[in-house]
Design a protein around this ligand. Structure first.
Ligand code: SF4
Ligand code: SF4
Length: 295
């Protein structure tokens, strides 16, 4: 189940890449900018401002899942079976389905349309999400098939998956972009829904393999951006024998998606200032790691 395919990306791996976003994630990070990625199932989003009130969607929904309210149409998520029929009759584009089923071959065919760009730039495919290893068998088959087509492959992961799931993909993986969100187990659990023990254990194991391992830290103001946590994280990365650390500053671009899904965004924070990011970079210079900003 894929919710987005992004072409011509120059982030998230080397060269020009196609990013494939898979649905489903075992974590529930409160700052998640892709909330439509968290559930494995396809979901309908509602863009209230686009609705022209024609009522087509309400008429076609066999589940009576759409209710017209003073605030616009609301989807009863308990009733909706994500059949997508309402999105087909919404000429205003106010209803869209996020999540489409693909076979490995269909997806590869789309990705290979840009093969010439990969060849000249050293790029390839990056699986993102959600958590790509959450759809373990599909990710394994896709990576294996991509390697057979000699594509450069990368996966962005939160690491909260059984190590065996990652391990069996390693022969077909060039790079892993690995998120470390907090070194404190309790705080990690408070803001992501799970502790960090498996995540840290997995990354220790991966650091001993040949895969190109890139550690990334989302910088979330008031949650993980204390000097203490960032210095501890840098020390941890150094102990892994790695030389680089990427900081991904929090942004608020995903906030509006929560109401489109009928959910509430819990955080009330602003992106870190440029001054603060530069300050963090200065503080981490002592770690002797190469510190980069962005993916
Ligand atoms: S996706 Fe199907 S079940 Fe869900 S609201 Fe639309 S028509 Fe109804
Ligand atoms: S079909 Fe689209 S435009 Fe018409 S009422 Fe439903 S959401 Fe609004």
């Amino acid at each position: 189940v894929v919710f987005n395919i992004q072409y011509y990306s120059i982030h998230d791996g080397s060269g020009i890449r196609t990013l494939v976003f898979l649905k489903g994630c075992p974590l529930r990070c409160e700052w998640c900018s892709n909330p439509e990625s968290q559930s494995l199932k396809p979901e309908v989003i509602v863009l209230v401002n686009r609705c022209i009130g024609c009522g087509n969607c309400i008429k076609i929904c066999s589940e009576q899942a759409i209710v017209n309210t003073i605030e616009g149409n609301i989807i009863n998520r308990n009733k909706c079976i994500a059949c997508g029929k309402c999105t087909e009759v919404c000429n205003a584009g106010a209803l869209q389905i996020k999540g489409k089923f693909y076979t490995v071959d269909d997806l590869l065919e789309q990705v290979m349309e840009d093969a010439i760009f990969y060849e000249y730039s050293g790029g390839g495919i990056t699986l993102s999400g959600g958590e790509p290893f959450f759809q373990a068998d599909f990710t394994y088959s896709l990576l294996r098939t991509c390697k057979e087509s000699r594509l450069n492959t990368a996966v962005e992961t939160c690491g909260f998956v059984p190590y065996e799931t990652i391990e069996r993909c390693l022969p077909y993986l060039d790079s892993i972009l690995y998120d470390i969100k907090h070194l404190d187990t309790d705080i990690h659990k408070q803001f992501t829904g799970a502790d960090n023990l498996i995540i840290l254990e997995n990354v220790r194991k991966l650091a001993k393999t040949d895969v190109n391992l890139i550690i990334r830290v989302p910088v979330i103001p008031g949650i993980n951006d204390s000097n203490n946590n960032l210095i501890r994280t840098a020390e941890f990365v150094k102990e892994l024998g790695l030389k680089e650390l990427y900081l991904l500053p929090y942004h608020s671009l995903g906030v509006r998606k929560y109401s489109q899904l009928g959910r509430k965004y819990k955080l009330n924070i602003n992106p870190p200032t440029v001054e603060r990011i530069n300050e963090i970079k200065e503080i981490l210079i002592d770690s002797k790691l190469n510190i980069y900003i962005g993916g």
